[in-house]
Design a protein around this ligand. Structure first.
Ligand code: PMP
Length: 463
């Protein structure tokens, strides 16, 4: 049990255990439940034992004393005398005001205290006002249970969050469950640990749950170690374009609870799902505190801002935060303040209409691609229509290995594709697949590119 005193103002912590929890407890004055105010509350931590998910290396991390002071300063009144902080004076920085013109004519101006915040170091967990808005966004879309034990940390893209989670959990040789094919940026994080990567077959709806269960039953029977981590990319997956249905997610969550596993829910394409209903996330099902969810602004705002965020059990996020304190210290303050200003000015309606716009954009691109492949590749390839995102996963008929097709024939025609072998768990095995991305190409380029691909396939198959 951890005890918090809740005063009129911000929630303050009594337990010295973890000072990252209370800062971001109430989402905003309006949303904070009335019982949070003027009361002593007890936060019951998730019942699971997290030691299995924090390796020896990570457990040796200590809070950086100076970073903790930076966090403390944020909570003190602005007129406090800051002798203790080793930060530069923003008055020496050559920025008077940062002005950003948005598409549609609206402006964002960063000045005064917000400009100082954007130019200065900030707490490793992220910019407080932004974190509050992100909590609200998570509530709108996922309604995670029990914020008392859950936190959000800003990361430099979803990739940094993933990397810090893997770094916290993995020991050399640990088994891990991953979809096959898989996002290479995820599998590459596990390789340096000589991880025993267990591939999970995918069908048109994503990973096949019976496969996961079969592996787990077998490993238990043979007394082999049970994976600590199951990595999933549930919406419009990279590269297969599949979206896991809710009932499969529930089953996977059940297995995670039964076998004591952590789920890494890497979901950067969540807002690019073409269906009418938003997918139900695994985070929203998480009653036990075994989901780390990775969101990203890369596909919906800008990949160059390098902004993502991880939502998960505070105990684990604290551990990742300690890593952050000694690596990048924090995600770019300018990116965070800019995002805050944008999200604040948009509100829920502005944000959802932007998501709709981005979704529609990619849906049209997908439709052009589907039209082109139906015209040019019928009889030469097989595919399922992507459910969102930006990838079409094509299986070339009668070809065991697409390596030469992609790296020689298509390249000679100046058509760039990703060969299937490079996106498989076992990159040494030949693969009949190719990944076609439709995010950038114009409709004319799609038409030409797919007809050149068809030509290359015919040459390769000597048809
Ligand atoms: N996960 C998946 C499945 C991705 O496809 C990507 C980017 N291609 C990332 C994570 C990382 O993206 P970012 O760091 O830009 O958020």
């Amino acid at each position: 049990y951890q005890l918090y005193s809740v005063t009129d103002g911000p929630v303050s912590l009594i337990s010295p255990m973890d000072c990252s929890i209370p800062e971001y407890l109430p989402l905003s004055e309006s949303l904070a439940p009335p019982e949070v105010h003027n009361k002593i509350i007890t936060a019951v931590p998730f019942a699971i034992d997290y030691t299995r998910f924090i390796n020896e290396f990570s457990s040796k991390r200590q809070p950086s004393q100076l970073r903790e002071i930076t966090r403390l300063v944020e909570k003190l009144p602005p007129h406090c005398i800051k002798f203790g902080v080793g930060i530069p004076n923003v008055l020496t920085f050559p920025f008077e005001k940062i002005s950003v013109e948005l598409i549609g004519g609206k402006n964002i101006e960063i000045q005064g205290q917000e400009l100082s915040d954007a130019l200065q170091y900030m707490p490793s967990i992220g910019y407080g006002p932004l974190i509050k808005i992100l909590q609200e966004i998570q509530d709108w879309f996922h309604g995670p249970q029990d914020w008392k034990n859950r936190s959000i940390m800003m990361t430099t893209g979803g990739q940094e969050g993933l990397s810090k989670a893997v770094n916290m959990c993995m020991n050399c040789g640990d088994p891990v469950l991953m979809p096959d094919p898989v996002y290479t940026g995820a599998i590459d994080l596990f390789r340096p640990y000589d991880a025993d990567i267990i591939p999970i077959k995918q069908d048109a709806y994503g990973v096949v749950v019976e496969e996961i269960e079969r592996v787990l039953i077998e490993r238990k029977k043979n007394m082999q170690p049970i994976p600590k981590i199951i990595y999933l990319n549930p919406t419009a997956s990279n590269p297969a374009g599949t979206t896991l249905p809710t009932h499969r997610k529930r089953e996977i969550y059940r297995l995670a609870c039964e076998y004591d596993m952590l789920i890494l829910e890497d979901d950067p394409y969540y807002y690019l799902h073409f269906g009418k209903e938003n997918p139900v996330s695994i985070l929203s099902m998480d009653t036990e505190g075994r989901v780390l969810r990775f969101d990203s602004f890369s596909k919906i705002m800008s990949s160059g801002l390098r902004a993502g965020f991880v939502t998960g059990p505070t105990r684990l996020l604290r551990q990742m935060e300690l890593h952050m304190q000694t690596s990048s210290m924090h995600t770019s303050s300018l990116s965070q303040v800019l995002l805050y200003k944008l999200l604040f000015s948009w509100g829920k309606n502005g944000l959802t209409s932007h998501f709709m716009h981005v979704k529609q954009f990619y849906k049209e691109k997908r439709d052009h691609m589907m039209h082109a492949v139906a015209n040019q590749l019928t009889g030469l390839a097989e595919w399922s229509a992507p459910t969102g995102g930006m990838f079409l996963w094509l299986k070339i008929k009668g070809l065991n290995d697409t390596r030469r097709l992609v790296t020689t024939r298509c390249l000679d025609k100046l058509v760039i594709l990703a060969p299937g072998y490079a996106l498989a768990v076992d990159t040494m095995k030949p693969s009949p697949y190719i990944r076609v991305s439709y995010s950038i190409a114009s409709p004319e380029e799609v038409k030409l590119g797919i007809s050149l691909l068809a030509e290359a396939i015919r040459e390769e198959l000597q048809l």
